[in-house]
Design a protein around this ligand. Structure first.
Ligand code: GUN
Ligand code: ZN
Length: 432
């Protein structure tokens, strides 16, 4: 059965950071034809209807059909502690995060939170993500099981920590290696799922643990590798005290082979020139998490990095981040860049939360853009989802003016429908 979604359509012919906003293509009466879970065609609605008279039509009127959002950095186990008050990174981890993560030794707790997180993600238009687990293999089992049941493209990994963490959240270099290896054998490449080797960050891993995980990645090079880099200045001082031989924070990871394509570094705010150059040269990616950077008081990401060719995608960093919404995350990316003297174009913001995030995770061409052959993960965005947004959008003269109020003020109410692999997985129910 073919499905034909009609509405406004937004796709990208190229990266707008390279080709400018004209890289975006807007069809005001467009359609997306889906067949066998993939995008078969993107074209004018009338032409698609004429060519495919037997397709089942889903007419979304003025709704904007886009690729689903891709969240390049999330901690699904922190779902229930989002918006916890009053702490910076180290105190926030000790006060809120570690006690909650300790609960994931219970597979039932892990399964419940995984379900809650995925329901929230789909309601907010997020169709793919890269998540941290906790130290417990059950946390990874839970998120992969729930993602597989929904047909999602997703990556996750067991978070490894063998020091500077509570007793009940510490492993050893050997356990980190062996339990990660067992999860790779079980889940990596199964359907749409990928494994991400996950040292939490340098302060919670001994050199022996980073070495073991570097070796594991070398043996499993198609896995992703995710960790945190240069989030807070106090953190950097702490890290360099623990690794006194390192030239800088990134050099620690580099020394153990934890850099290169497929590496995704969360935050990367306070980088040296050498670190920027190495990220660029090696093709490693950065997950920019602006709501987290403001919420935990970390700092302002440098938008100049976006124009250097560095691979950067957006992440919510739930629950250090303060929202599940990639719209809210784009809005905050805009505000952070403004504070640093750069106005990001709506096309750039949209790309950061879709195609750029997909590229950062090695999924370019598969998800993140509506192109023939891609997997049919898409969302329908209501550009008038609240009275405040509607009255502003009514003044719009073009797509960007119509979309920007939703970027800045929108949330899950703007997501009319979410489709995953050609199946509708969520539909917004208006109140009343
Ligand atoms: N650095 C190490 N662990 C974490 C985490 O869970 N959240 C954030 N924001 N930063 C981290
Ligand atoms: Zn994080």
């Amino acid at each position: 059965m073919q499905e034909l979604l009609t509405g406004q359509v937004l796709t990208f012919d190229a990266d707008p950071f390279v080709a400018g906003p004209a890289a975006a293509r807007h069809l005001s009466h467009g359609g997306v034809l889906i067949e066998n879970g993939r995008i078969a065609a993107v074209d004018d609605a009338d032409s698609l209807r004429a060519r495919h008279p037997h397709a089942r039509v889903h007419a979304y009127g003025r709704g904007l059909i886009s690729a689903g959002f891709v969240d390049a950095h999330v901690h699904y186990p922190q779902t229930a502690i989002i918006a916890s008050w009053g702490k910076r990174l180290r105190d926030w981890l000790a006060t809120y995060t570690f006690p909650e993560e300790a609960r994931f030794h219970d597979p039932d707790h892990a399964a419940r939170v995984a379900e809650t997180y995925l329901d929230l993600a789909l309601a907010h238009g997020t169709t793919s993500f890269l998540s941290y687990g906790t130290i417990h293999p059950a946390s990874v089992e839970a998120i992969f099981t729930a993602a597989q049941a929904r047909g999602l493209r997703a990556a996750a990994g067991r978070t490894c920590m063998d020091r500077n963490a509570p007793d009940n959240l510490r492993d050893t270099a050997e356990a980190a290696h062996d339990e990660s290896a067992a999860l790779i054998a079980r889940w990596h490449g199964r359907g749409r799922l990928s494994y991400a080797i996950t040292p939490r960050f340098a302060p919670t891993s001994s050199p022996a643990q980073l070495e073991a995980l570097g070796a594991l990645w070398a043996q499993n090079p198609t896995c992703l590798m995710q960790t945190h880099l240069s989030e807070q200045t106090e953190e950097i001082d702490w890290v360099l005290g623990l690794y006194p031989q390192a030239r800088d924070y990134l050099d620690i990871y580099e020394g153990f082979g934890l850099i290169g394509r497929g590496a995704v570094f969360g935050h990367a705010i306070h980088l040296t020139e050498r670190e920027r150059a190495r990220l660029l040269e090696t093709g490693a990616a950065i997950a920019h998490c602006p709501t987290s950077n403001l919420f935990i008081g970390s700092g302002l990401f440098d938008p100049a990095l976006l124009r250097t060719g560095a691979r950067v995608g957006l992440g919510t960093d739930t629950g250090g981040g303060s929202s599940f919404s990639m719209l809210r995350t784009m809005a905050t990316a805009y505000e952070v860049a403004q504070l640093r003297g750069t106005a990001l174009h709506p096309a750039e913001l949209w790309w950061l939360g879709t195609g750029a995030a997909a590229d950062a995770l090695g999924w370019g061409g598969k998800v993140g853009n509506l192109v023939p052959g891609a997997e049919a993960d898409l969302i329908v965005v209501d550009l008038q989802s609240t009275p405040a947004i509607a009255q502003r959008a009514a003044r719009a003269n073009d797509l960007w003016e119509a979309l920007f109020p939703t970027i800045m003020m929108g949330d899950d109410r703007a997501i009319r429908a979410t489709w995953v692999a050609g199946q509708r997985m969520h539909r917004h129910a208006p109140p009343g």
